[in-house]
Structure formats: C-alpha cells, structure tokens
Design a protein around this ligand. Structure first.
Ligand SMILES: [Zn+2]
Ligand SMILES: [Zn+2]
Ligand SMILES: [Zn+2]
Length: 130
C-alpha cells in the first residue's frame, strides 16, 4: 500500500438543541414548561430550567398529567409510554392478541393489559409480564 500525504481524522460532536416542534408548553418533571429549559436570549441554548436546578427536560409522568381528567383508566408501559389510552386507543395485533407500547413498541398480552385497566386510575404494566 502506498502512503497518502494526509491522514483524515473524522471528529463528530454532539449538541443538544431546542426542538421547536416538540411543544413549548409540555411540562417537565420539575413542573416548568419545556421552553423554559432554553435560553431565549441566546439562540435557545439548552441551559436548563430558568426557575430551578433542573438541567434536563423530562416530560412529567403521564400518570400525573392525566390524573382525574378522563373517564377510563390509562394503561402504561414500564417505560411510561401509553399502551391503552384513556380514550381506548390501542395498538393491537389481532392475530397474536397483543398490544404494543406506543413509545418503545414493547408488546404485552392484550388480555393481561385489559385486565389491568381500572376506572380512573393509571396502571403501569409490569416489566416481567411480557
Ligand atoms: Zn425541568
Ligand atoms: Zn424547573
Ligand atoms: Zn414502552
């Protein structure tokens, strides 16, 4: 092999950036809205929450947000994603009798998922029951 005059080294950097499509009013676990976790005067730099010490935006638990708002129980995945919504929306595979988490796609036996559904409460499915 002949030698090249230069060695090319590729350097990648990762930057976390404001996502205008995410939803400015979504509430963080710290209780403050999404857009408050960025500096509006400095190009929306991710500086952490303006009102408290929260550095990383994490959406408030679905459990807290939807509490008492709906008639039906919400069934959520061990990851916190919705499996059966409070309006009854579900990703359902008829052939395999399975329902899926909308976020991580984890599958649950649908009989099990529905049997866990309770009026007005949010039930988190157990990681062990797959
Ligand atoms: Zn926060
Ligand atoms: Zn905060
Ligand atoms: Zn999930």
């Amino acid at each position: 092999m002949e030698e090249e005059p230069y060695i090319h080294k590729i350097i990648t950097t990762e930057e976390i950036l404001y996502n205008p499509k995410y939803g400015d009013d979504r509430i963080c676990k710290c209780g403050h809205p999404y857009y408050r976790h960025f500096d509006t005067y400095e190009d929306m730099r991710a500086v952490g929450c303006k009102y408290c010490d929260c550095h990383v935006f994490e959406e408030e638990e679905i459990a807290n947000k939807t509490k008492n708002l709906f008639m039906h129980g919400l069934v959520i995945c061990s990851c916190g994603g919705t499996v059966i919504s409070n309006t009854g929306k579900v990703m359902y595979n008829h052939k395999e009798n399975k329902v899926y988490c909308w976020i991580c796609n984890k599958e649950y036996n649908s009989d099990y998922a529905y049997s866990m559904r309770k009026e007005n409460t949010t039930v988190q499915l157990d990681q062990k029951e797959e």
